[in-house]
Design a protein around this ligand. Structure first.
Ligand SMILES: [Zn+2]
Length: 107
């Protein structure tokens, strides 16, 4: 995952977006469900949410993935309140690491 994608993905999480297990056909970023639409946080591609949920198929990693999502959400809200620059960078690093783990689980 590229460095410059992280703040945009974090922004989307903070705005209440939900990370999906589908990736953008344009830039390969994870897509987000945001206000009933599927939106790419990087290139801004929007498509209407499909009738069938993309995460329909059960996977053994689902539980771990859910936990990781929760952690990302927690770190995102922490990040929102944080004003210390060093801590902000630390949080971004942790968020990136967690996002990368989620990415790896999906492969
Ligand atoms: Zn994209």
């Amino acid at each position: 995952m590229q460095e410059e994608k992280i703040p945009k993905i974090t922004e989307m999480l903070l705005a209440g977006g939900k990370m999906l297990r589908v990736h953008c056909g344009n830039c390969g970023s994870p897509l987000f469900e945001f206000q009933d639409k599927i939106k790419c946080p990087i290139c801004g591609g929007i498509k209407k949410a499909p009738a069938a949920r993309p995460n329909a198929e059960p996977k053994s990693f689902d539980n771990l993935e859910r936990i990781l999502h929760k952690k990302i959400e927690e770190m995102s809200s922490q990040l929102e309140k944080e004003t210390d620059h060093v801590k902000i960078l630390e949080l971004l690093k942790s968020i990136r690491g967690t996002l990368e783990t989620v990415e790896k689980l999906r492969r």
